[in-house]
Design a protein around this ligand. Structure first.
Ligand SMILES: [Fe+2]
Length: 189
């Protein structure tokens, strides 16, 4: 029996980048943890980010400004499992049903698997790979600025290592590798 996940964060896609950041900072008293021209990560508590805002004017500059609500709006909602074991048991349970992640990626502070529901809404299931102070430090580092997306991993390989008895620290370690491409299914590339 795996533990239930808890809400982590929500990500929006916008062509009103400055207005959106200002709105969430005002309404929630949120602060920007990391921000560049394309992405901003904001939080109002000890979670690494409670909101991320993706600037489609940078990420998808060629799309028409009136491209409609299908692009503007929600990108994904994220939920955190207490352990990598919970995340991997959930991965294995869903895979047996033919439900597989379209993007397994380690963000540097979370090990994440992105799924799409039957309507195409994106759900990120994740486990934290460090404590919140380490996550804030990482998000404010040059390493994060140079790779704010993360490194892709093979969930089958990780599941096998889990079943061989790898520790939580080993399972959640940030893999070496080049920055992951953002898959088309993710909607911002
Ligand atoms: Fe996320």
């Amino acid at each position: 029996m795996t533990s239930s996940p808890t809400f982590s964060h929500v990500v929006f896609m916008t062509r009103r980048f400055e207005e959106m950041k200002a709105w969430y900072m005002n309404v929630f008293g949120a602060e920007i943890v990391h921000g560049d021209a394309a992405l901003a990560f904001l939080t109002y508590d000890d979670e690494s980010h409670r909101f991320a805002i993706a600037n489609l004017d940078i990420l998808k500059p060629d799309a028409p400004a009136d491209s409609g609500h299908g692009e503007i709006g929600l990108n994904h909602i994220a939920y955190t499992y207490p352990t990598a074991a919970d995340l991997l048991e959930t991965y294995a349970r869903l895979r047996k049903q033919g439900v597989t992640p379209y993007w397994p990626v380690h963000h540097g502070f979370t090990l994440s698997m992105y799924y799409q529901d039957p309507d195409g809404n994106r759900i990120e299931l994740q486990v934290e790979s460090c404590n919140s102070q380490e996550a804030f430090d990482y998000m404010r580092s040059n390493a994060f600025a140079s790779n704010p997306v993360g490194v892709e991993f093979d969930p089958e390989d990780l599941l096998a290592r889990y079943r061989e008895g790898a520790s939580e620290a080993e399972l959640t370690a940030f893999p070496a590798g080049s920055p992951s491409a953002i898959p088309e299914a993710h909607g911002i590339a």
